[in-house]
Design a protein around this ligand. Structure first.
Ligand SMILES: Cc1cc2nc3c(=O)[nH]c(=O)nc-3n(C[C@H](O)[C@H](O)[C@H](O)COP(=O)(O)OP(=O)(O)OC[C@H]3O[C@@H](n4cnc5c(N)ncnc54)[C@H](O)[C@@H]3O)c2cc1C
Length: 291
């Protein structure tokens, strides 16, 4: 199917792009890698009158460490994350997780920030960003604001981003102690969207958990932050009973539906098993980090 007709603009600067959105935001769509937007246009699920292609705007491809964070520009592609030596050192869970996203064709064009803005509950980055407590930086012609990822997803394909805003960067706080993470994804075949996936990140203080992050993919109307499951870990050593309790709470936080990929009960059980496995893997990785 062909998309409905639309105007196309490829602004050379961010200010130009923001000016276009200030004028025509309600009828416009921002395009980054186009890996989710173009299929939507072709299916005519989206019929914007204007596409604002931000792909040629300079200065938004960087992945850099700054001020206790890793900052990832809106045009950093999945493949840039896959190849980032900085991320492999600082947040290896991201490099592990990105390899689960589709195939090299999609990873060569699609962006992390685009994936988060797309807000597909089956998207992998949303859960990983929830586990890592990321923040999005959004710009409009009126100024800049920082949006915590927790609360950013309002529903399927819906976020708190306004139609005159462009997300310019995602910021991920760096762990301050020994930390480790893991990503576990069940898919029907290689490169598929998740049937269920779970993202985990823990930070240790001695043998006890100082901070924990658990994000769930494909088991609700949005990516889910399993807050009670996270809280059940903080202040505790990761012994079997603590892990089992957290895994149970994460399964309770999931709200999957029966579909051709499995029953809701099955998917909840996969969450439970993945959290158990994932926490053990994350603990092993955190313990390998030199204090
Ligand atoms: C065959 C196929 C398989 C895939 N498999 C997976 C998978 O296994 N796991 C997974 O997580 N994803 C998967 N994806 C989606 C892929 O990761 C996309 O790259 C990603 O979801 C969107 O990034 P993008 O840069 O291409 O965004 P685009 O397609 O350009 O945009 C997507 C949406 O986000 C908005 N947007 C994009 N960037 C910004 C910005 N900076 N500011 C404001 N709004 C913005 C757009 O307006 C649009 O609504 C798959 C896609 C395809 C085509």
């Amino acid at each position: 199917m062909f998309p409905a007709a639309f105007d196309y603009q490829s602004p050379a600067t961010l200010d130009e792009a923001l000016g276009l959105l200030a004028e025509r935001g309600d009828d416009a769509k921002v395009m980054a890698g186009g890996q989710s937007l173009i299929p939507l246009l072709k299916l005519r699920f989206a019929q914007p009158q204007l596409i604002v292609d931000i792909g040629r705007i300079p200065g938004m491809t960087e992945i850099k460490r700054d001020d206790g964070h890793v900052k990832i520009g809106a045009l950093a592609r999945h493949v840039d994350i896959e190849r980032s030596k900085e991320l492999a050192k600082l947040l290896p869970v991201m490099v592990e997780a990105v390899r689960w996203i589709s195939d090299p064709l999609v990873r060569n064009r699609g962006t992390l920030v685009g994936s988060v803005c797309h807000a597909d509950p089956s998207g992998d980055w949303g859960s990983i960003m929830l586990a890592l407590d990321a923040e999005l930086v959004a710009r409009s012609a009126k100024g800049e604001r920082v949006i915590p990822i927790d609360g950013f997803f309002e529903g399927p394909f819906t976020t708190t981003l306004r139609s005159d805003e462009i997300a310019t960067e995602i910021r991920i706080p760096l762990p301050t102690g020994r930390a480790g993470g893991s990503y576990h994804k069940l898919e029907r075949r290689v490169g598929d969207f998740a049937t269920v996936a779970v993202s985990l990140q823990i930070e240790l203080d001695g043998n006890k958990v100082k901070k924990a992050g658990i994000g769930l993919t494909s088991v609700g109307a949005t990516n889910i932050k399993a807050k009670k499951a996270e809280q059940a870990l903080v202040g505790h050593e990761l012994k079997d009973d603590v892990i089992a309790e957290s895994a149970k709470l994460a399964a309770e936080a999931a709200e999957p539906k029966d579909d051709i990929r499995g029953t809701a009960a099955y998917k909840k059980d996969v969450v439970r098993v993945f959290v158990q496995r994932g926490l053990k893997a994350a603990l092993g990785r955190a313990q390998e980090v030199k204090a």
